[in-house]
Design a protein around this ligand. Structure first.
Ligand code: ADP
Ligand code: MG
Length: 470
């Protein structure tokens, strides 16, 4: 009887779901019109009951007639209903509401099938994707600092799973937009394709869920659940470091999703190659797709970001104030927003119009605490030390390749981290003119796209300068 039922179910349910939810079932006994089946866990039972009750009812009635009944035995009992077989009313009316709060699964089943003629097996699992709707692509300003990551993110959102950026790893320092961009992808997938099962989860939450399930002997449920997702976003994977068992579970999930052409999006505060404490087999998979970094936005982009935030909140302030903030807050976007919010707060508290004076007063503390002034000279000395090049050579007209590159990188960093004009920067390099500086910056950007060793060098130097600026 059960084999016959399965045959029907197999044709109706998506293969993946069939494999996950029906294959693990074993028939136990059949007496008159009662079929007893064994399922691996309480969670399994509840899931079946919630999602497949009508399907099971229909197929079973075909086999056993109108009075058919289905009973469950639970193999690993993690719930409170010990030993008692659970009975489901296969008329399809009497199933209970599913709730799984104890385990803090983001599984919110909000689609109990009312119409018995709708076969629930055809419906996808419904979960709350845990996304914040304010994080959109539209609100995420593009600049040199994030172009690759943002565009890759768009591609992923338009063709989840069917692109060469799987997984997409977004990495960068704090407050540079990793969470925003990752969630924007999720929101965009949902907008374009509401039926896709999207889930955003931080790695800490993933680990906590894993541990809960581990305590309840329900690791398989945990893995099964994650394997049903179409677009899985895991934020801050650096927190997986040292969580070996969670990494094992994630490894299984990753492999399954990747093989089924489901999309993975990961964020990290470090490049995958620097993720200490994460298993090499995972890191090597992270490299299958694309790793794209987020950098500190340059001055123009910072202005755009501020203007966008103001527009979204219906705020206005003099352009010179916007410029003043963008000019002075160059650590990260979160600080930039923080500065804007402080200013607005002060203005409304003191019932005072926002002007440059107020901005200077409010931002004084911000600027002091958030960033030190970095000079061209400091950067020059850092680069010299890094490449083991003499300071004199850096400034002279030597055309040796290493020195030319070191010089170009220095100019690039000076442009990114100081407020000096191109002209001033040129003057600090033995009186070169501003076109040389422009050319150097462009060369560095181009080389970063094509030469990985070069890129790593620049990124490492950039980090050193950033640290020195804190
Ligand atoms: P991270 O996860 O990297 O620490 P977040 O994604 O939380 O950073 O970003 C910090 C704040 O900066 C958020 O409010 C986000 O909306 C904003 N932000 C970051 N990058 C951009 C951008 N390119 N355009 C607009 N807002 C941004
Ligand atoms: Mg974040």
């Amino acid at each position: 009887v059960w084999t016959n039922c399965l045959k029907i179910i197999k044709d109706i349910v998506e293969w993946q779901h069939y494999k996950t939810w029906f294959e693990p079932i074993t028939p136990v006994s059949i007496k008159n019109n009662v079929l007893v089946i064994q399922v691996p866990s309480q969670f399994f039972f509840e899931y079946l009951e919630e999602h497949y009750v009508n399907l099971l009812a229909k197929t079973l009635k075909r086999e056993l007639g109108k009075e058919a009944r289905l009973e469950y035995r639970i193999m690993v009992d993690s719930g409170n209903s010990k030993n008692k077989p659970l009975t489901m009313d296969v008329t399809g009316q009497g199933y209970k509401t599913f709730s799984n709060n104890e385990m803090d699964f983001p599984l919110v089943i909000n689609n109990p099938v009312k119409n018995p003629f709708v076969i629930p097996g055809l419906k996808k699992m419904q979960i709350d994707p845990q996304l914040n709707h304010i994080y959109t692509f539209d609100a995420f300003i593009e600049g040199d600092c994030n172009r690759v990551a943002r565009r890759a993110g768009k591609t992923v959102a338009e063709k989840p799973g069917a692109n060469s950026f799987n997984p997409l790893v977004i990495y960068g320092g704090v407050g540079l937009g990793k969470t925003h961009l990752a969630q924007a992808i999720g929101n965009e997938v949902k907008r374009l394709n509401p039926n896709k099962v999207v889930l955003y989860v931080s790695s800490e939450k993933f680990i906590n869920q894993f541990m809960d399930h581990s305590r309840n002997n329900a690791i398989n449920d945990f893995i099964h659940f994650y394997q049903l997702i179409d677009v899985l976003i895991i934020d801050d994977v650096q927190f997986f470091a040292k969580a070996e068992k969670s990494q094992d579970a994630f490894f299984a999930i990753f492999n399954h999703l990747h093989q089924s052409h489901k999309q993975l999006i990961l964020t990290s505060d470090k490049s995958p190659k620097d993720l200490d404490g994460v298993q090499e087999r995972l890191l090597s998979r992270f490299r299958w797709g694309l790793s794209a970094d987020l950098q500190i936005p340059d001055y123009e982009t910072r202005i755009e970001i501020l203007e966008k935030k103001m527009k979204n909140d219906g705020l206005e302030m003099p352009k010179e104030v916007v410029k003043y903030i963008a000019y002075n807050i160059n650590s990260n976007v979160r600080e930039l927003e923080g500065a804007l919010i402080s200013l607005l707060a002060q203005s409304s508290l003191n019932r005072r119009e926002i002007d440059l004076d107020l901005a200077k007063k409010v931002l004084r503390n911000f600027i002091k605490s958030s960033s030190k002034e970095i000079t061209i000279d400091t950067i020059q000395r850092m680069v010299c030390e890094y490449f083991d090049v003499s300071y004199d050579k850096l400034l002279q007209k030597t055309r040796k390749r290493e020195i030319v590159q070191a010089r170009q990188i220095t100019m690039y960093l000076a442009k990114a981290f100081t407020k000096n004009s191109l002209k001033t920067i040129g003057e600090h390099f033995g009186g070169r003119d501003h076109t040389t500086v422009i050319h150097s910056c462009q060369t560095v950007k181009d080389l970063m796209d094509t030469d990985t060793v070069f890129r790593e060098n620049v990124l490492e130097l950039q980090q050193k300068v950033q640290l020195a600026a804190m």
